[in-house]
Design a protein around this ligand. Structure first.
Ligand code: PLP
Length: 454
């Protein structure tokens, strides 16, 4: 008998969450506030509302545990949410593991990843407050794609600074953003002062999330009708993503399971936050639960970075945050998981790691794509390279369960599909994919500490 590779566990459409979960009041300590680099003081309200829609500034610091999802946002979530939870029987059989492997399929969103969960909320609040345009940065293009779509649906213009390496090597995402009517520019590029200075230093600068943030911030500061939009990093983004974990929790209850492992790829920490934050109080109350982050060896923020104050952007003009960082001058090599090339982690993700609530592992590209390929062959679902990092960690954990004969429940976040990443799979299939040496030298160059006297 040929068995089905996957088993689908669905929530009825009316069980979609009507509020986001705010973890801030439940943490052992609050994440440090962002600081103004000039004064060393927490960012003023004026500074923040010039940067972001007011509703998001309020959510950033809110101590209310539950925040209502506006009807207009919930209505659009219903187009693809609740997302399916799947049990990956085929992978369990292939690995011969007694562990059960479940994944939350965020690739079901029309933009192809979890990022639309926050993009829709951000575009909604911008529209409500009369903001003309949202300006943002994007790495591989997943965030830009989500915000471009959200802007089109909510009626807000979107300008995207896209990491130059991806702009040229992943034109499909750019074409998709432009089809949603967004303006897409390569970063570093010639449209901003800071972009021109990066190019003057290095005409072949591959760009990074950090250069793109710097350019987007410069544009927002010079345009009173514009606000900045963040794809990860901020507390409010992780808040919006908690629909992932809340739905998954209900779905696991339907099959009478509690997770022993929560696994996600971490670039900045938004899909991990979305998956894991709804379980953090259980862990704080003593539940035996491993929260495991998977990151690239080429940009090993959580495994080799330090928890300290650093600039959120590459030029040191934006605010200071205290989190895990490789140093704001760190330029990761161009790898195919573009969404994992940021030098820092979201302050909330950094705090989880610093408090010992989150473990982390780093992987090379070839072992990651091998995991992605295995999964695709077994199930037909092609994971984004970012998602394949999580999958690599899942496979390692499931093998360990086999050795220890442990019947654990593993849940991972399938953060996005890889149908626009086939070029990278093609390179892997033909053996052309390069592993990158761990950047010990460039790490020590980039990690000159920032002194803060707060
Ligand atoms: C952006 C992205 C990530 C990494 O970002 P996080 O903020 O760490 O979640 C992971 N997977 C996919 C598919 C992405 O688009």
């Amino acid at each position: 008998m040929i068995e089905a590779p996957l088993e689908r566990i669905d929530l009825p459409i009316d069980r979609i969450p009507d509020r986001w979960y705010n973890v801030l009041p439940d943490l052992p300590r609050a994440p440090d506030e962002l600081l103004d680099p000039q004064t060393g003081e927490p960012l003023s309200e004026d500074y923040l509302v010039r940067l972001l829609p007011r509703a998001l500034v309020a959510q950033e610091r809110s101590l209310e545990r539950w925040i209502s999802i506006p009807d207009e946002v919930a209505g659009q979530y219903r187009v693809w949410r609740p997302t399916p939870l799947y049990r990956a029987h085929a992978l369990e059989r292939e690995l011969g593991t007694p562990a059960e492997i479940y994944f939350k399929y965020e690739g079901a969103s029309p933009s192809g990843s979890h990022k639309l969960n926050s993009a829709l909320a951000q575009a909604y609040y911008a529209k409500q407050e009369g903001v003309q345009r949202l300006v943002t940065d994007t790495g591989a293009g997943q965030w830009g794609t989500a915000l471009a779509l959200a802007g089109a649906l909510m009626g807000v213009e979107v300008v995207v600074y896209m990491v130059r390496a991806s702009f040229h090597h992943k034109p499909s995402r750019r074409h998709l953003m432009e089809t949603f009517d967004a303006t897409v520019l390569p970063s570093p590029g010639i449209s901003t002062e800071v972009g021109r200075s990066f190019l003057a230093e290095d005409p072949d600068h591959p760009g990074s999330e950090a250069t793109a943030v710097s350019e987007a911030l410069e544009v927002v500061r010079s345009d009173p009708e514009a606000r900045f939009s963040m794809g990860a990093f901020a507390n409010h983004v992780l808040l919006h993503q908690t629909v992932i974990g809340m739905e998954a929790r209900e779905q696991l209850e339907l099959v009478d399971r509690d997770p022993d492992y929560l696994i996600a790829s971490v670039g900045c920490g938004s899909n991990m936050g979305g998956l894991a934050l709804p379980w953090v109080t259980d862990k704080l109350n003593g539940r035996d639960l491993t929260i495991l982050a998977a990151e690239p060896a080429a940009c090993p923020t959580l495994t080799q970075g330090e928890y300290r104050w650093d600039f959120a952007d590459a030029t040191g003009s934006g605010p200071l945050s205290r989190t895990y960082t490789l140093g704001h001058e760190f330029v990761p090599p161009p790898i195919h998981a573009g969404g994992l090339r940021y030098h820092g982690a979201a302050p909330l993700a950094g705090l989880l790691r610093d408090e010992g609530l989150m473990d982390a592992v780093a992987y090379q590209q070839n072992e990651v794509f091998a995991a992605g390929k295995l999964f695709t062959r077994l199930t037909g679902f092609l994971p984004a390279p970012e998602t394949a990092h999580a999958l690599r960690a899942v496979i390692d954990v499931a093998r360990e369960c086999r050795e220890r004969k442990r019947k654990a429940t593993i849940l991972f976040c399938y953060s996005g599909h890889g149908l626009l990443d086939l070029g990278a799979y093609g390179k892997f299939n033909s053996g052309e994919l390069q592993d990158v040496e761990t950047m010990a030298e460039s790490l020590s160059d980039a990690s000159s500490p920032v002194e803060v006297h707060a």
